[in-house]
Design a protein. Structure first.
Length: 459
């Protein structure tokens, strides 16, 4: 790893400067934001600046920069202004948007739920929801579906059931739709230069406001029902775990407002990303019949006609390699931001306090200095020997350092279970074999032209 040391002489960050603002906006419109960033990166190198409207951002692509920002100089970066809209409209003080001591406390409290042992407890929920989903696909066999909708359906159900075990399917569907209204509103508002003030509760402001009230009331109700029961009778789900948890230093319980924020955070962070990963995995399998064949051989050999156990998952390493390679080429979170809270220097370039630095799994994962034929989908990169030989920060689909994704084990485990159970029975095909997804960024990695696929039962 190269070291990044402060220097007395700074050079200016390369990149397009203000006279080209409109030029940049036109380019983004035409190519999509990710392709625009890709082209700027190839032109200016691993550390460069872009300016869109009044906003300047520094892109840091080299794996050493990822290490520098997330680990070596992590005290110089935090989640501040870049997260204000999400904090205010969606996640409040939940662990994804909290900062400082509040974040540390919540992270410490919640980490035990997401260790490999903690996550294994959710296996029965995953298997049950996957079985229901299989019945849905059996009835749709032969028809064309939008694959993302299908994957969202099953991952949303798994995360909601992991949070609130006892609720009826109907109630969970209503909750899902209301939280999705909130997510949609937040993500569009973030990118809008002109915004209606929030107190004007008309149009989409009104829809957001009503959805938010219902979500808050629903969660408050579930909490109240549990409090009315003896603790031993609480269902063993994420909400009960959070309600039972006590801070190890102060002995304090989590407040109702924070229980609500954390529930929304888990739902927000915990289903769309996994759904997108699985969608791109189906795409990659349809495009690479050799990989699909090897994956199905592994699944058939290990499972026969059973559902997977935890032991089985360990005996299906190739299935996990396919998921890891999908997360390399199609990272569901292609960009994430950090705000510099003090001046810093990266590679001889000054990063001023208050500026926003963007890290990009999407670009780092395509870095030709660290990946051979980066655009090629190749699960062989993930054999234990080859994985150990990689630069440790050339791959960061879940971010890195202390703010690494809390649900990374949950997500890999869930994807492993779902892919094994579904690929044992189905071999989805692209509705149009020439379909090439137009990748772009809309909060997460999207395909602008969708992912229409046909559900095909395996012979
Ligand atoms: C393929 C699936 C997933 C991907 C690619 C992903 C990626 C990420 C990334 C890049 C971050 C850092 C975001 C930032 O700093 O702004 C993050 C944070 C987080 N993720 Fe995930 N995630 C996934 C699944 C999940 C799941 C299933 C859960 C929960 C069950 C989850 C919970 C969280 C939480 C709570 C944080 C905030 C952690 C903190 O700031 O301390 N994620 N995730």
């Amino acid at each position: 790893m190269t070291t990044i040391t402060p220097s007395a002489r700074f050079t200016e960050l390369p990149g397009r400067k203000s006279p080209f603002i409109f030029d940049a906006a036109r380019d983004i419109q035409r190519k999509g934001f990710l392709q625009f960033l890709h082209d700027e990166w190839r032109r200016h190198g691993d550390l460069f600046q872009i300016q869109i409207g009044a906003r300047k951002m520094t892109l840091a692509i080299h794996p050493d920069h990822v290490h520098h920002i997330s680990i070596a100089k992590r005290e110089s970066y935090d989640k501040r202004e870049s997260y204000d809209v999400v904090r205010e409209l969606l996640l409040g003080n939940g662990v994804l948007t909290a900062t400082g001591e509040a974040w540390r406390r919540q992270r410490r409290l919640m980490s035990p739920f997401f260790t490999p042992r903690g996550v294994e407890q959710f296996m029965p929920v995953m298997i049950r929801d996957a079985q229901q989903f299989i019945a849905r696909w059996q009835s749709k066999a032969g028809s064309v579906v939008e694959m993302l909708d299908e994957m969202m359906f099953v991952t949303a159900s798994i995360i909601l059931r992991s949070l609130f075990t006892t609720e009826s399917d109907e109630t969970l569907l209503e909750l899902k739709s209301d939280v999705e209204t909130m997510i949609q509103f937040t993500s569009t508002r973030q990118n809008k230069p002109l915004r209606l003030p929030m107190w004007l509760k008309v149009g989409e402001n009104g829809r957001y406001d009503r959805a938010r009230r219902r979500v808050y009331a629903y969660i408050q109700d579930v909490i109240a029902q549990r409090r009315a029961m003896p603790v031993e009778r609480w269902p063993d789900d994420l909400l009960s775990k959070l309600m039972r948890a006590r801070d190890e230093e102060t002995g304090e319980a989590v407040s109702d407002a924070l229980l609500r924020d954390e529930s929304i955070t888990m739902f927000f962070a915990g289903h769309e990303t996994t759904a997108r990963t699985l969608t791109f995995a189906w795409y990659a399998l349809a495009k690479h019949p050799d990989v699909a064949c090897r994956l199905r051989n592994e699944i058939d050999t290990v499972l026969g006609d059973r559902e997977p156990t935890i032991e089985d998952l360990k005996r299906m390493p190739y299935t996990l390699q396919v998921i890891k390679e999908t997360l390399r080429l199609y990272p569901a979170a292609p960009l994430y931001a950090r705000d510099a809270i003090q001046d810093d220097v990266i590679g001889g370039k000054r990063i001023t306090a208050g500026s926003t630095v963007i890290l990009s799994p999407y670009l780092t994962h395509r870095h030709p200095g660290f990946w051979e034929e980066p655009e090629r989908f190749d699960p062989e990169r993930w054999t234990p020997e080859r994985e150990a030989a990689q630069h440790p920060y050339a791959y960061h689909p879940f971010a890195a350092g202390q703010r690494i994704c809390l649900g990374n084990t949950f997500s890999l485990f869930e994807s492993h279970v779902l892919l094994a159970m579904l690929a044992r029975r189905f071999a989805p095909e692209l509705a149009d074999p020439r379909h090439a997804p137009q990748l772009d960024m809309a909060g997460t990695l999207i395909s602008r032209n969708g992912m229409p696929m046909r559900i095909v039962r395996r012979a």
